[in-house]
Design a protein around this ligand. Structure first.
Ligand code: FIX
Ligand code: ZN
Length: 412
């Protein structure tokens, strides 16, 4: 007899909430990384998504906003978006979900009281608490050795927290020629703007050194919509002659995050990036011509989501992941996840958090779990309606694979 929709709904909710997450792309750091670790109410409020929303809503002069110290910016954003207006956007709702899950009283709209709560927390204790509340067992960082502050931390060999995995992020190495040559030279690599054979060997040495130092689980880059592969450009050469050989030798995936247009409005600084529809034929070529390499991909524009799911069907060495940034909203997560289940079955990772502030793990995963469960209920109910029995164990295994197992198997 086919399972009832009610049984299935109960099983799915239970399984999706119980399955611990391996969060495969974040911008988080553990306490040992000192000032790089962001947490607490002022960081939550000054998330760049909310900076953009508050400047737009208030029409404050850009310079006036940036002249404020962070606590004042947080107060301004709280007043503008949470007191003077209904906090309806997903980024606003996220802050409120976090405060609610921490047990804080939201009725008073009292920033002072919220700050008092965070002052009583320690970095280490709060990290444990957030990971537990979010039910996240592993957080994958984004680690850029060409960032001066981050490099200095790594050079002091910080104590590693096994819950935080590293990823070698290489945007400037692909997109920043010829300036990046000078930077690498400054770090002791014999790299020249000519990109000759010696230079490429040194770029490989740079990659190998940092993969080893970080114990990176993959290598990642974000790319503009104009990215093509192959093309007569430094990015293609560096991918072919340096990145792919190093990744191949170490069995590391190369993750491509495609579709970001940086600094569409520079006055917004970090909040000023936009997106565009990309041509994914380059992704097909990359996967097809490098079958011994592993690739991961996510795309920023809604219009590219269907093509990406199809690419995932065609290339067994391509792992489709997450709803990135401007598509990390419930309505779009739902549509994208439903489409991926229909095209890719069980073989993808529906979500990553992209959290920059530790506390965001709570809301990003709460909200995504709700949507993933909604889609899974529908899909398992459709399956049961064919007459093919659905079991509680199978539902649990599917949720576990989506939230962590698929990615961890892909790494192996
Ligand atoms: O490039 C990236 O990894 C992006 O996710 C970030 O740069 C972006 O600012 C972000 O935080 C999106 O959620
Ligand atoms: Zn990111």
């Amino acid at each position: 007899m086919a399972q009832s929709a009610t049984d299935i709904a109960t099983w799915v909710d239970g399984a999706v909430n119980a399955a611990p997450v391996c969060d495969l792309h974040t911008h988080l750091y553990p306490p040992a990384f000192g000032p790089l670790m962001l947490w607490g109410i002022d960081e939550l409020l000054t998330y760049h998504y909310l900076i953009g929303e508050s400047i737009r809503a208030s029409r404050i002069d850009y310079d006036d906003f940036w002249a404020m110290p962070k606590p004042k910016q947080a107060e301004f954003i709280w007043r503008t978006l949470f007191v003077e207006r209904a906090p309806l956007s997903e980024a606003c709702r996220g802050v409120l979900t976090v405060l609610h899950r921490l047990g804080l009283d939201l009725a008073a709209k009292d920033l002072v009281g919220h700050r008092d709560f965070f002052r009583t927390q320690t970095q280490a204790g709060y990290t444990d608490r957030v990971l537990k509340l979010a039910n996240v067992h592993t957080v994958v960082m984004t680690n850029d050795p060409l960032d001066r502050v981050e490099r200095a931390v790594w050079q002091q060999s910080p104590e590693r927290d096994p819950r935080f995995n590293a990823v070698l992020r290489i945007d400037p190495l692909l997109l920043g020629w010829p300036a990046v040559a000078e930077e690498l030279k400054g770090l002791g690599y014999e790299v020249a703007a000519d990109r000759g054979a010696r230079t490429m060997a040194e770029v490989r040495r740079f990659l190998a050194d940092w993969v080893a130092r970080m114990n990176a689980v993959y290598v990642a880059v974000s790319l503009p919509p104009e990215w093509r592969y192959p093309e007569d450009a430094p990015a293609t050469q560096v991918i072919d002659e340096a990145v792919l050989p190093v990744c191949r030798e170490r069995n590391l995936p190369l993750a491509l995050m495609i579709g970001v247009t940086r600094q569409a409005n520079p006055a917004l600084k970090m909040a000023g990036d936009s997106l565009g529809r990309a041509d994914l034929s380059g992704l097909h070529r990359l996967c097809a011509t490098n079958p011994r390499n592993k690739f991961m991909a996510t795309v920023l524009s809604r219009e590219n989501q269907h093509e990406l799911a199809v690419a995932g069907r065609l290339h067994p060495n391509l792992f489709v992941f997450g709803c990135w940034w401007y598509v990390n909203n419930p309505s779009l997560i739902e549509e994208i996840t439903r489409m991926r289940v229909e095209l890719l079955g069980t073989e993808f990772a529906p979500q990553h958090s992209d959290a920059r502030v530790l506390d965001q793990l709570i809301y990003k995963w709460d909200h995504s779990r709700q949507v993933i469960a909604k889609v899974l209920k529908e899909k398992f109910t459709d399956l049961a309606a064919t007459g093919r029995p659905v079991t509680r164990e199978e539902v649990a295994a599917t949720a576990e694979n989506y939230l962590s197992g698929n990615f961890q198997r892909f790494l192996r």
